[in-house]
Design a protein around this ligand. Structure first.
Ligand code: NAD
Ligand code: IPM
Ligand code: MN
Length: 367
């Protein structure tokens, strides 16, 4: 048996519901493998409630505990009782940064049976991946407040972006390596180098230099404002879209909404060198407006679990999970955000049933 150890952090709001859904699917994958694969899951209760009780999200030694696992499976963090910058820097960014999960991939996947605001989605096989620089840029956490020193009404705040040549180069190379594996071998580099003449121009220059090493990959450079329009008007031109931390954060929400809902979008925070575990999580947040109702869309979290399977080398299993999800949406079993009335558990169980059916066909003899 190949055993993979997973640290699960459900976090806040709908985080618990969607992580439970993803783990249910992983359980099914293990069961269907007939003992070939097993997942050993340890849950960490680090949430905003835990923070209010203990004064911290991650206790002392917590990162060492996480590091012992093959992967981290994360729900969401964010609560009305804690400032958002406190919860995010206390938990999510407190993992992605020290574990140097510098590459964040966020596929935009169009599923059958899901209505998209893009008319083209009906007749086009749309599918692109946002590659997000995940370690620096606008999330460097550098700056300060009250810099004028001149009292009320005169506050000055500085929020600085940090772009290093090495940081740009590694994410841009990552994007090219990914593009090379895809049917459409193309990388679109997103910047705002017309207005931001230091960091963004560095991005453009590194992009042009790295591109020379990948003559088989088509390239384009697009400003972020124009790219947001292109997502809507010409998504068929996209394959791999690489951008800075904040630009890619925004573009990935736009992509998921165009595919039908934020609840669909998957994400992998990768440490490609594998010195640290990678972290898999849906793109969405804790969705306090629907938390506790059992109606959240589990597909983003389940698809994130499929990205984890890919990283474990279980690509056939990952593909089966994606096929099961697609069969379920095609059959019209949809959660509320996609216009259906199925609960989180109903959608998850439908995916489990499909997975069993697909697996029965793909391996006629038990392995
Ligand atoms: P959000 O993603 O939580 O919610 C935005 C909207 O999308 C809401 O209407 C919500 O109901 C809907 N939605 C999101 N996920 C859904 C799902 N799976 N199924 C159905 N509907 C879904 O974003 P927000 O409202 O900006 O943020 C809420 C909190 O989450 C904040 O505290 C924010 O800081 C935090 N947040 C955390 C993460 C993270 O942990 N990775 C990501 C984004 C936001
Ligand atoms: C995401 C989220 C986080 C991010 C926030 C909540 C800090 O929006 O995972 O996309 O921007 O990284
Ligand atoms: Mn985001």
């Amino acid at each position: 048996t190949q055993t993979f150890s997973i640290a699960s952090i459900p976090g806040d709001g709908i985080g618990g519901e969607v992580v439970a859904a993803g783990l249910r699917v992983l359980d099914t994958v293990a069961k269907l493998s007939g003992g070939a694969v097993d997942f050993d899951v340890t849950e960490f209760p680090w949430s905003s409630e835990y923070y209010l009780e203990n004064g911290h999200y991650i206790p002392e030694g917590g990162l060492d505990q996480l590091q012992k696992h093959d992967a981290i499976y994360f729900g969401a963090v964010g609560s009305s009782d804690v400032a958002d910058h406190t919860s995010l820097w206390g938990l999510r960014l407190a993992i992605t940064q020290p574990f140097d999960q510098w590459a964040n991939i966020r596929p935009v996947t169009f599923l059958p049976g899901v209505e998209s605001p893009l008319r083209k989605a009906d007749d086009t096989d749309l599918d692109w991946i946002v590659v997000r620089e995940n370690s620096e840029g606008e999330y460097a956490g550098m700056g300060g407040r009250n810099l004028s020193g001149r009292g009320p009404g005169n506050e000055v705040a500085l929020q600085t972006s940090l772009h290093t040549e090495k940081g740009c180069e590694r994410i841009i190379r990552f994007a090219f390596d990914l593009a090379r594996t895809r049917t459409t071998k193309k990388v679109s580099c997103v910047t705002k180098s017309n207005a931001q003449q230091f960091g963004m121009v560095l991005w453009d220059e590194v992009f042009a230099r790295v591109a020379k090493d990948y003559p088989e990959v088509e390239t384009e450079s697009v400003l972020v404002d124009a790219m947001s329009a292109k997502f809507v008007l010409h998504p068929e031109d996209l394959s791999v879209v690489v951008a800075s931390n904040l630009h890619a954060d925004i573009l990935s929400d736009l992509g998921s909404a165009l595919a039908g809902s934020l609840g669909l979008a998957a994400s992998a925070n990768l440490n490609p060198e594998r010195r640290f575990p990678s972290m898999f999580e849906p793109v969405h947040g804790s969705a306090p407006d629907i938390a506790g109702q059992g109606v959240s869309n589990p597909i983003g979290a389940i698809s994130s679990a499929s990205l984890m399977l890919d990283q474990f080398g279980l690509t056939a299993e990952a593909e089966e999970v994606r096929q099961a999800v697609s069969n379920v949406t095609e059959a019209g079993i949809l959660p509320r955000d996609l216009g259906g009335d199925s609960t989180t558990v109903e959608v998850t169980e439908a995916i489990v049933t499909q997975l069993e059916a697909i697996h029965a066909q793909s391996t006629p003899f038990p392995n």
